[in-house]
Design a protein around this ligand. Structure first.
Ligand SMILES: [Ca+2]
Length: 145
């Protein structure tokens, strides 16, 4: 069963999550930042793979969500007034959404983590970087040592 329990993540990721949440919510008080997926079972990973949302199938290739403590978490942005997930708010401006997520993944890069909004860490967002393909702005993970 996939979880949203940040205490299942690597301690450095837990610390980063707390920092990012505090900083983001100070800067954008109309919104909140919450974990949307921390641990994911291999079976659930296969579902993500088949849907094209991950390069890892959970069988031959494990994702950083598939072990405990996890080496990754996904975070989402929610409207504080009603708790709505910004990705599901009708008419929420796409550019505004991108900018809010970019604030998080740029913080992650500054702190030495790898972000699915810019996998190669060149500062060019994944959706406009011809060298990248999987747009996963929610995903943050530890860099490989
Ligand atoms: Ca990039």
């Amino acid at each position: 069963m996939a979880t949203r329990d940040i205490t299942q993540a690597d301690p450095e990721l837990q610390q980063f999550f707390a920092f990012a949440k505090r900083t983001f919510e100070l800067e954008f008080p109309e919104f909140s930042y919450k974990p949307t997926c921390v641990y994911r079972s291999p079976e659930e990973q296969l579902v993500e793979f088949k849907a094209g949302r991950s390069n890892c199938d959970g069988e031959k290739k494990l994702s950083n969500h598939n072990t405990l403590p996890t080496k990754a978490f996904d975070g989402g942005i929610f409207r504080r007034s009603d708790g709505a997930y910004i990705d599901t708010i009708l008419g929420f401006p796409a550019s505004y959404r991108k900018a809010l997520y970019a604030f998080i993944w740029l913080l992650a890069e500054l702190k030495g983590f790898r972000a699915g909004g810019d996998w190669d860490g060149d500062g060019i967002p994944v959706d406009v970087d011809p060298g990248e393909h999987l747009n996963d702005v929610y995903h943050l993970e530890k860099r490989k040592p």
